[in-house]
Design a protein around this ligand. Structure first.
Ligand code: FAD
Length: 515
């Protein structure tokens, strides 16, 4: 038995097999062509694939060597894997090389002041660093923090910058892609290039929101600001979509310098006592009760919750915060007495989803499939979207949050690869964050939920809504062409310049590997 176990361990620990000559052999990090399990899984839990090798690079030079080995080979591709929190296999490479970028997490961490005595401050971080670690280190070492976040911080810098990176600060500072001054990128030819708005700018803007198509981000220079001490976190409830949208849009378009909240998000929830989808999902503290008697009789099957945050210094007296909050809330038309507040430190606030993760891991829904759908929908169509999607198709909820909040186009840089709806200054983020049961009664329903997602997208197309998928997933190049619309030629040109053999991020299924 022991001999068998020893053989088993040796075989599975072995890092090579006979036909490994196409793999990079001069790395400082590791190459494992047997234990590749991690490379074939993601948070979505709906796709799996078998990588040729899982590589843990030590840094940009290793990434470059891996890419060059793929270039030399007849058919290898390379996927950077951040934290694998994609939903549809985007960080996978079927029979290709998957680079676990987490192995590079600690390669960079340096404070940088802007040149020429400018007042801006940045921090250099690794593309493989998790945002939660960036937050904790920036706060503890410099008392500074990035300005623009995602809701959940167990994601890598390179992973979110390859998409956009959106949360309740984006209305003011833009997405994370608008808060980067410089990148180091390994292109699909294996070149290691530094790029910024003024140096290799096509690569810089291409890589931001570029779905990993033009290069692998190994370092990012992120704009930071002094850390606020505290956040008053607030939720207020609306019965009517029109009131909700009017107030949310007013808050995200306050001119600079006018009082406003520092964080603006919101979500749709079911008008019922359902513990996951309904009233109990709104209070911020188990002590706070949700009094359904307050809901107007005219309310429909879903209600709306505006989620707000106000930063303040610890030294401020509570009465000062109350006055500031009440003067802002006083201008909003939510259902009185359906308001909930808690005070948290800034770091606790940013790590708020971590607690939900711990609970979801405990009850198994973190590791079950996640057929999520994320969209950007133009303001001109969002009321119709609400009527046909939230009030009809999703009136019983999705088993998790249904985010809905406005964003402001002028905070997004149109030179990046991110694709937005075409019309107007305001568009909405819609995120259907479905959590499915891992138990037998939950299994089998994933296909139904995926087809409900298709139904929603198809409906948006049929109604002619101005919308784009966020964290897009398509299987045919025609669909990708439609997705990029007028930006498709630029995307193709950038691909030809930086990854002409289509080595990189094959899991996005945009371009096929050139022979
Ligand atoms: P991966 O899934 O590992 O990779 C994503 C893509 O980027 C792949 O194509 C991969 O090849 C490529 N890639 C990865 N690293 C690099 C790199 N260094 N250089 C170039 N390309 C690279 N998004 C938001 O905007 N806001 C949110 O609030 C938000 N919340 C989320 C909460 C949860 C629980 C989850 C699971 C996802 C959330 N997302 C959110 C989506 C998230 O931003 C994307 O899924 C992101 O891609 C995940 O980052 P990752 O590090 O896991 O990337």
């Amino acid at each position: 038995m022991i001999a068998y176990l020893e053989r088993f361990i040796q075989e599975n620990d072995s890092e090579s097999r006979p036909d490994d000559d196409v793999l990079p052999n001069n790395l400082q990090g590791t190459v494992d062509s047997l234990a590749t399990g991690l490379a074939g899984k993601d948070f979505g839990g709906m796709y799996s694939s078998k990588a040729r090798a899982l590589i843990r690079p030590s840094g940009a030079e290793d990434v470059s060597r891996a890419v060059k080995a793929a270039v030399r080979s007849p058919n290898l591709t390379v996927a950077a894997r951040g934290n694998g929190h994609s939903i549809n296999g985007q960080a996978m490479a079927d029979r290709g090389l998957v680079l676990d970028m987490r192995s590079t997490a600690d390669n960079h961490f340096k404070l940088v002041r802007s040149r020429g005595g400018g007042r801006e401050t940045f921090v250099d971080v690794s593309g493989g660093a998790l945002w939660e670690d960036v937050l904790v280190r920036c706060v503890s070492e410099f008392n500074l923090a990035p300005r623009s976040w995602t809701d959940y911080l167990g994601l890598t810098v390179g992973g979110t910058l390859s998409n956009a990176g959106v949360s309740g600060q984006a209305f003011r500072y833009g997405p994370q892609t608008s808060n980067v001054a410089e990148l180091d990128v390994v292109t699909g030819k294996g070149e290691v290039l530094t790029c910024s708005e003024t140096e290799n700018s096509e690569l810089f803007f291409g890589a931001l929101g570029g779905l990993g198509q033009f290069g692998i981000i190994t370092r990012a220079r992120i704009r930071v600001q002094p850390v606020p001490d505290m956040v008053r976190w607030i939720r207020v409830v609306y019965a009517e979509f029109e009131d909700y949208a009017r107030d949310a849009e007013w808050l995200v378009t306050r001119p600079d310098g006018e009082p406003s909240f520092d964080y603006v998000e919101g979500f749709v929830f079911v008008n019922s006592d359902d513990p996951v989808n309904g009233w109990p999902s709104v209070p911020l503290d188990p002590e706070q009760g949700f009094d359904p008697a307050r809901i107007p009789k005219t309310a429909g099957p879903v209600l709306y919750c505006l989620e707000l945050g106000l930063h303040y210094p610890k030294s401020d007296h509570t009465s000062k915060i109350d006055t500031a909050v009440n003067s802002l809330l006083g201008r909003l038309g939510f259902v009185r007495k359906l308001e909930f507040e808690v005070d948290l430190s800034y770091v606790e606030f940013l790590l708020r989803v971590k607690q939900a993760e711990i609970e979801a891991r405990r009850n198994g829904i973190w590791d079950a499939p996640h057929p999520w759908l994320n969209l950007f929908v133009s303001k001109k169509d969002i009321a119709d979207f609400d009527r046909v999607v939230f009030k009809r198709i999703l009136k019983e909820g999705v088993g998790g949050p249904m985010l809905l909040y406005p964003l402001v186009r002028s905070k997004w840089d149109s030179r990046t690869s991110v694709v937005l709806p075409t019309d107007g200054e305001i568009f909405y983020l819609v995120a259907l964050l479905r959590f499915t049961l891992p138990y037998p009664e939950g299994s089998g329903s994933v296909e139904k939920l995926v087809s409900q997602n298709h139904e929603i997208v198809q409906l948006c197309n049929e109604k002619g809504f101005d919308f784009k998928l966020y964290l897009p997933h398509y299987k045919s190049q025609d669909d990708w062409k439609r997705h990029f619309g007028s930006q498709w030629p630029r995307f193709v040109e950038r691909k030809a310049s930086f990854d002409p053999m289509a080595i990189l991020a094959p899991g996005q299924k945009i371009f096929g590997r050139m022979p």
